[in-house]
Design a binder for this molecule. Structure first.
Ligand SMILES: Cc1cc2nc3c(=O)[nH]c(=O)nc-3n(C[C@H](O)[C@H](O)[C@H](O)COP(=O)(O)O)c2cc1C
Length: 410
């Protein structure tokens, strides 16, 4: 089903306003968090990053969520990742949020600790830290189990980073607790094997998120929008999250989180879970050693049969969260390429905001185009070449070049 070429005049449900805590949004489209790989050595935004967000804001998204941003140096996961680990960064980020606001945009910062999934090239010889001693299957190293003292320091660092996010003029903060990163690794029974106060059952696995949330709330106040990105499961089994961590969403709501975004999957299986799509085998692992590259390419070949998708792939999980009683705004992304599908997700009550990551890299003004009545599909073909920036620190961009006849998503 392709949208017609003739412009349509009714804006429709996608273009209705919504409030999240005190944050007023002009429409229901958000730029899903996408690691920009555009920060300098210290994690500060570069001019290129400012231009990237200005352009996306001008493109009409009601809300933009930044890519993951480390709260302390040990929590840095990627080269060129955003940082909010020191007060000196506040003026740099403030300059960026001023530009975004001048362009009519709203921006929330996603704060994170990479945990087990850190790229060893950013760890400077230190061991990655996680809920339990676990392997990282991308970079083939073992993370070390966190001590309780280290856990306490991380909680403090999340709170301090959130305070800086507010001081830097962001419109809200999102606690990153998905993708397999540190907070997600505590939520999951697969990667949290602890039997102390921080693991062993659902309540204790949730405890780190809970304490981080309280530290963030203390730093930002009740009126400041606090979002959470919920880890619903480590991988997909027959299209369902394994294990289905829906209760954690309900607990987040009970705590006072203002909005919930979610994902299923970990960075090791990104192209068959939360960023389903093509596997750019020819360039996978380019910045790694020959043996490591061969390992990645072999995995890429094995994944390829499972990467295909037709349309949004997490709608069932959104419906299940609502069925379990979620009433705070729910942010849904994953495979939205067509206006009708995005509109239906809002009109049917499946989600309250619809997000796009890869399509907005390719066409930042897609929301404005849809708003103006030109509702042709996004031309993103989900080739996933954009994911390579995560590994080789090249600023995120769409590198898919259309052949003579533009390819469209199936
Ligand atoms: C290159 C790339 C980087 C991403 N970085 C992040 C990130 O920093 N934080 C996050 O929560 N999700 C991240 N995601 C996941 C996206 O937010 C989104 O959920 C996913 O790509 C599916 O949406 P899409 O089909 O519109 O691309 C990333 C995805 C891609 C492709």
């Amino acid at each position: 089903m392709r949208a017609s070429q003739a412009p349509v005049n009714q804006p429709g449900p996608l273009f209705t306003a919504i409030a999240i805590n005190h944050l007023e949004l002009k429409n229901r489209i958000f730029k899903a968090p996408t690691m920009e790989a555009m920060a300098d050595e210290d994690g500060a935004p570069t001019d290129r990053m400012t231009r990237f967000f200005q352009r996306t804001a001008a493109g009409g998204s009601g809300l933009m969520i930044t890519g993951l941003t480390y709260v302390n140096n040990a929590g840095k996961g990627y080269m060129a990742e955003n940082g909010m680990h020191a007060d000196r960064l506040i003026p740099r980020w403030k300059a960026l949020t001023d530009e975004v606001h001048a362009a009519g945009g709203r921006i929330v910062m996603q704060i994170s600790h990479a945990g087990r999934l850190a790229d060893p090239r950013v760890l400077n010889g230190a061991k990655a830290r996680a809920a339990s001693a676990m392997p990282n299957l991308m970079y083939l190293h073992w993370a070390k189990r966190l001590t309780v003292r280290e856990i306490r320091e991380i909680i403090r660092d999340f709170g301090e980073a959130a305070g800086r996010v507010k001081s830097a003029g962001f419109d809200g903060v999102e606690i990153h607790s998905s993708g397999g990163y540190l907070l997600a690794s505590f939520l999951s029974p697969l990667t949290n094997r602890r039997t102390d106060d921080w693991g062993g059952d659902q309540v204790r696995r949730f405890r780190l998120f809970e304490e981080v949330y309280h530290a963030v709330r203390r730093a930002c106040g009740r009126d400041y929008p606090v979002f959470a990105k919920l880890h619903l499961g480590d991988f997909l089994l027959l299209g369902r999250p394994w294990p289905g961590n829906y209760d954690a969403g309900v607990r987040m709501q009970a705590l006072g989180v203002d909005a919930i975004e979610f994902a299923i999957g970990v960075q090791e299986n990104i192209t068959i879970t939360f960023a389903k799509g093509g596997m750019p085998i020819e360039v996978v692992g380019d910045s790694l050693s020959p043996l490591h590259r061969l390992y990645w390419k072999t995995i890429a070949v094995c994944y390829t049969p499972f990467t295909k998708f037709k349309g949004p792939y997490f709608t069932h999980a959104a419906r299940e969260l609502k069925r379990r009683g979620l009433t705070v705004p729910l942010l849904l992304s994953g495979g939205f390429r067509r206006f009708a599908e995005a509109e239906h997700a809002i009109a049917s009550g499946t989600a309250d905001l619809v997000g796009m990551s890869r399509p907005l890299l390719r066409e930042p003004d897609l929301p404005r185009r849809w708003m103006s009545g030109h509702r042709e599909d996004s031309t993103c073909v989900s080739c996933n070449r954009c994911t390579l920036g995560l590994v080789n620190a090249t600023p995120i961009h769409c590198s898919y070049r259309e052949e003579a006849r533009p390819k469209r998503h199936p």
